[in-house]
Design a binder for this molecule. Structure first.
Ligand code: ARG
Length: 468
C-alpha cells in the first residue's frame, strides 16, 4: 500500500526550490497517481536505462555516472519485484518514486539522470511502451480465439443450423459458416491491433517538457534501444498526444462489442428452449436454489464488461477533447481507463476462447430447428425462378401461399404433397422436393462467401494460411 503517513508539510524534494511548504492533504489526494501508475515501473526503468546510456554515449554524463545510475535502477527494479520497495504518495508518481529512491541508493549521480528529459516525455514513453505491450497481448489473444473458431468451423463445416435475421429463422446455414462470421470479426480486430502497433511505434523520449532540449541527445539511439521504429517528429505533439491510448480503447471497445454479441448468442443458444449448445462445467455455474440450472455466467460477464470498456473510451475522449497543447495534468486520467479496459478485454478474450473450445454442439437440435420455420422458403422461390421462369416477385408470392398452406396443415414445405403445391402453381414438378431439404439448401449456397460446406472449407484454408 502507498505511504499515506508521509509528512505533507515538507516541500517536494524534486522542485522544493521555489515551494515554501508541501501540498494540502487534499492536494496530495487528488494529485498523486502512484496508486495506479506504479504499474508502469518496468517501462519507466527501461526508459531511464536507455536514457542514461544515451547520455553517456553523447558525453552528456560520464561513464561512471551511467554505471552508477544503471546499477541503482536495476536494484530498484529488483526491490519492486521483490515487493520491498516503499511507494510514497508524497512523491506523486512512479517517475519521482523511482528517482527519489535512486538518489537514496546512489547519491548525487542520480540527479544527472533527468538531464534533457521531463516527466512529460517520460510518462508519454512509459505509457506508450505499456500500451504497445498490451496490444501485443491482445494480438496473441485474438489469434488464439480465431484458432479456436477455425477448429470448430472445420468440425462443423456441414452441421446445419437455422440462420437468423431479427432472431427469426431465416435460411439454413452451417454452424461452420456461423463460426467463420466471428473469425471475420475478430480478424478485423486483429488487423486494427496491428495497424495501431505500427502507428504508435515512435519513441517520445527526448521531446522533454514540450520544446525539445538544447543538449546534443541522440533520439535515434534511445528509440532503437527501446524497440521503436523511430523517434517522434514533433516535440509538442509528442507530449500532448494520447492517440495511442484512444486507439487501444477504440479497438478494445469494438472487440468487446464483438465478444458481447458472441456472449449473447451463447446465452441464447444454451437455453433449454434453443438447446443448440451446452456449456462445459468449467464455464458455467449452478443455482443455489434451483438444482436444474446451469447458468452461462462467464458469457454474461463478458457481455457486461463491454460496458466498462466502452465507458473507458468515452471517458478518455472526454478528458482529451478540451485540452490545449501541450501537456496538461488532465492527461494523468488516461491510465486507469486503459488499465481497466485492458484487464476486461484480456479476461473476455481468454474466457471466450475457452468457451468456444469447450462448447458441446447439439447438431441434432440445430438441424431440427433449421427444418422448422420454413427456412427453405427462399429455395422454393428460387426454384420457381430458375425452373419455371417466374419473376422473383411472383415466385415470392407463390411461395408465401405455400407457406400459409403448410402452416394450416401443420407441416413443413417439403411435407406438402405435389398436388397441394401444384394447386398453387401448376409449373411445379416433383423435382422441387430436391431443393426443399436443409442440406440441399446449404449445399446450393455456393456464391462466393456463401454458406455451402465446400465454401466453408475453402474459407478455413484461406484463414489458416493467413494466420500462419
Ligand atoms: N503523473 C503524471 C501523468 O501521469 C506524470 C507527468 C507529470 N508532468 C507534469 N508536468 N506534472 O501525467
Amino acid at each position: 500500500m502507498p505511504d499515506k503517513t508521509a509528512d505533507s508539510k515538507s516541500s517536494n524534494q524534486m522542485w522544493g526550490g521555489r515551494f515554501a511548504s508541501g501540498p494540502a492533504a487534499i492536494m496530495e489526494e487528488i494529485n498523486a497517481s502512484i496508486d495506479f501508475d506504479r504499474k508502469l515501473y518496468a517501462q519507466d526503468i527501461a526508459g531511464s536505462l536507455a536514457h542514461a546510456e544515451m547520455l553517456a554515449e553523447t558525453g552528456i554524463i560520464s561513464a561512471e555516472d551511467r554505471d552508477t545510475i544503471t546499477h541503482g535502477l536495476k536494484t530498484i527494479r529488483d526491490e519492486i519485484e521483490a515487493d520491498t520497495f516503499t511507494f510514497s504518495r508524497r512523491l506523486e508518481d512512479i517517475h519521482m518514486n523511482i528517482e527519489a529512491r535512486l538518489a537514496e541508493l546512489v547519491g548525487p549521480a542520480a540527479g544527472r539522470l533527468h538531464t534533457a528529459r521531463s516527466r512529460n516525455d517520460q510518462v508519454a514513453l512509459d505509457f506508450r511502451l505499456w500500451v504497445k505491450e498490451e496490444l501485443g497481448r491482445t494480438e496473441a489473444a485474438l489469434t488464439d480465439l480465431i484458432a479456436a473458431f477455425l477448429d470448430r468451423a472445420e468440425e462443423h463445416a456441414e452441421t446445419v443450423m437455422p440462420g437468423f435475421t431479427h432472431l427469426q429463422t431465416a435460411q439454413p446455414v452451417t454452424f461452420g459458416h456461423h463460426c467463420l462470421a466471428y473469425v471475420e470479426m475478430f480478424g478485423r480486430d486483429l488487423s486494427r491491433v496491428r495497424d495501431a502497433i505500427a502507428r504508435l511505434d515512435e519513441c517520445p523520449l527526448g521531446a522533454a517538457a514540450l520544446a525539445g532540449t538544447g543538449f546534443a541527445i541522440d533520439r535515434h539511439q534511445t528509440a532503437e534501444a527501446l524497440g521503436f521504429r523511430e523517434p517522434t517528429r514533433n516535440s509538442i505533439d509528442t507530449v500532448s498526444d494520447r492517440d495511442f491510448a484512444l486507439e487501444f480503447l477504440s479497438i478494445a471497445a469494438i472487440t468487446a462489442t464483438h465478444l458481447s454479441r458472441l456472449a449473447e448468442e451463447i446465452v441464447i443458444w444454451s437455453t433449454p428452449q434453443f438447446n443448440f449448445v451446452r456449456l462445459s462445467d468449467a464455464f458455467s455455474t449452478g443455482s443455489s436454489i434451483m438444482p436444474q440450472k446451469k447458468n452461462p455466467d462467464a458469457a454474461e460477464l463478458v457481455r457486461a464488461k463491454t460496458g466498462r470498456v466502452n465507458g473507458a473510451l468515452i471517458a478518455l475522449l472526454t478528458v482529451m477533447k478540451g485540452l490545449p497543447l501541450a501537456y496538461s495534468k488532465d492527461m494523468q486520467e488516461d491510465k486507469e481507463q486503459v488499465f481497466d479496459a485492458a484487464e476486461s478485454l484480456d479476461l473476455g478474450l481468454a474466457a471466450m476462447a475457452g468457451m468456444v473450445r469447450d462448447l458441446k454442439v447439439n447438431a441434432t437440435a440445430m438441424r431440427h430447428a433449421a427444418g422448422s420455420g420454413h427456412a427453405t422458403a427462399t429455395d422454393l422461390a428460387d426454384w420457381l425462378v430458375r425452373e419455371a421462369g417466374l419473376p422473383f416477385r411472383e415466385a415470392h408470392h407463390v411461395t408465401g401461399r405455400a407457406v400459409a398452406m403448410a402452416d394450416r396443415e401443420g407441416c413443413t414445405l417439403g411435407e406438402l404433397s405435389l398436388d397441394a403445391l401444384r394447386s398453387i402453381n401448376d409449373a411445379i414438378t416433383p423435382a422441387v422436393f430436391d431443393v426443399l431439404t436443409v442440406d440441399a439448401s446449404v449445399a446450393s449456397r455456393t456464391s462466393f462467401g456463401g454458406t455451402a460446406p465446400a465454401n466453408v472449407r475453402r474459407q478455413i484454408a484461406w484463414w489458416r494460411e493467413r494466420m500462419g
